[in-house]
Design a protein around this ligand. Structure first.
Ligand SMILES: [Ca+2]
Length: 88
């Protein structure tokens, strides 16, 4: 029987999620474009402003220009993982 374990990808996802949550500076459970940009910069993005824009375009389901941590952040994080971002 193979051992059951978290894949590295799941692990990375959890850690990236934590970073994004840390950038909700005003604690409203929403990430603004500025907060997303800061989070992507923290992840080492070359073009954090572009990634923030892309994240919003990709995950802002209700179109309010903010990423809801409860409802929309998951998609941004998946996207970041797919782009190959990792946390050391
Ligand atoms: Ca939204």
């Amino acid at each position: 029987m193979p051992r059951v374990r978290l894949t590295n990808k799941d692990d990375t996802k959890v850690q990236i999620m934590k970073i994004f949550k840390r950038f909700d500076k005003d604690g409203d459970s929403q990430l603004s474009k500025t907060e997303l940009k800061a989070a992507f910069a923290e992840l080492g993005a070359k073009w954090p402003a572009f990634r923030a824009w892309e994240g919003l375009r990709h995950a802002d389901d209700n179109g309010d220009g903010l990423i809801s941590i409860d409802k929309e952040l998951d998609k941004v994080v998946d996207h970041a993982v797919n782009l190959g971002y990792t946390v050391n």
